[in-house]
Design a binder for this molecule. Structure first.
Ligand code: ASP
Length: 323
């Protein structure tokens, strides 16, 4: 009887908390380093979410490492009260195939709150590379077999997936250099410590424009329309048949977060994704803000499941994994 009363008290406290949500600052975990593309999306989103969530403070918590699995795990294990959220990308669908002992289950340890955007990637090189376009790059790669360094943000990162596909398509092996995010990798690329990297346009557009890196190609099926990127060839048109990778981001809460709270966050997300400032910032960097049914949690979940089914075999065929 006593136990029942304790459970009843806990349930009613949870209801009361859900009704007053949000009444204290919310933390959004970014599973990569500060200053990179995932961080940028999360910070812009945090700003846009603030008003529809009643002016509450939203803090960014960068929990980087192991290709986003550390930060993602932190959210999987956090209190399911809506005060710890996660902004994560396509890694949610590649990690299950890449990690043999992933400490969380993508499909059952999270509440799906809706998707945020789609972001193309670019293949970029250090500013001192002798190859000035994609054709010259392929020749240079052929002449430098065994000597090329490719930066990425660890197993499970978008840069990892894209780099893997690129090496497979060219049937060549490069030395991969993992970072905690592509912000530090970009610093090394600009400084010439590494040779090549694939990264989201949200991190590369300004560096391409400033000629701090050389851009070779985009990873989408169609050319982009962003002024700085519109003349770049797609990898498909450059000869890599079927090469296509677009990065997407979504918002998550720990499994068990009350429905009333997740509904409030999803409603705020719908407002944030229409915020003209947010849309403008994203579009300027080549990202497309989600405006379709993928903002609905059920569709978000369905989409991630389809992505897991799509990328699993690609990764397994490449024979890459971590214990
Ligand atoms: N762009 C990175 C990636 O390769 C992640 C990041 O630093 O945001 O997935």
């Amino acid at each position: 009887m006593k136990k029942l009363l304790v459970v009843a008290a806990a349930v009613s406290a949870m209801f009361a908390q859900a009704q007053t949500f949000p009444s204290k600052p919310i933390s959004i975990v970014v599973p990569f380093s500060a200053g990179g593309p995932t961080d940028r999306v999360a910070r812009d989103l945090a700003e846009a979410l603030r008003k529809p969530l009643g002016g509450v403070s939203i803090l960014i918590d960068n929990v980087a490492g192991a290709g986003s699995s550390i930060g993602t795990n932190k959210v999987a294990k956090a209190a399911p009260d809506g005060y710890t959220l996660l902004v994560a990308h396509i890694g949610m669908s590649t990690m299950p195939a890449l990690y043999r002992n992933l400490p969380f289950k993508v499909e059952s340890d999270f509440e799906y709150l809706g998707m945020i955007n789609d972001v193309p990637m670019t293949l970029i090189g250090r500013p001192t590379l002798p190859a000035k376009n994609y054709k010259e790059l392929v020749t240079w790669i052929g002449q430098n077999k065994g000597k090329i360094n490719l930066g990425n943000a660890g197993l499970g990162a978008a840069s990892h997936l894209c780099g893997l596909m690129f090496q497979t398509a060219l049937q060549t092996d490069m030395t991969t250099v993992p970072y905690k995010g592509t912000a530090p990798a970009m610093t090394d690329l600009m400084g010439g410590q590494i040779d090549l990297m694939c990264d989201q346009t949200t991190n590369t557009t300004q560096q391409i424009e400033g000629k701090k890196v050389i851009a070779y190609a985009v990873t989408t099926a169609k050319p982009l329309t962003t002024p700085v990127l519109k003349d770049l060839p797609t990898l498909q048109s450059a000869g890599l048949k079927d090469f296509e990778v677009t990065i997407w981001h979504g918002l998550y809460a720990p499994k068990g977060t009350p429905a009333e709270v997740t509904a409030k966050i999803n409603a705020a997300l719908k407002v944030a994704l229409k915020d003209p400032e947010f849309v403008k910032k994203q579009e300027a960097l080549g990202a497309v803000v989600v405006s379709d049914k993928r903002i609905e949690p059920a569709e978000h979940k369905k989409f991630v499941a389809a992505e897991i089914a799509k990328w699993g075999p690609v990764i397994k065929a490449a024979g890459v994994y971590a214990d």
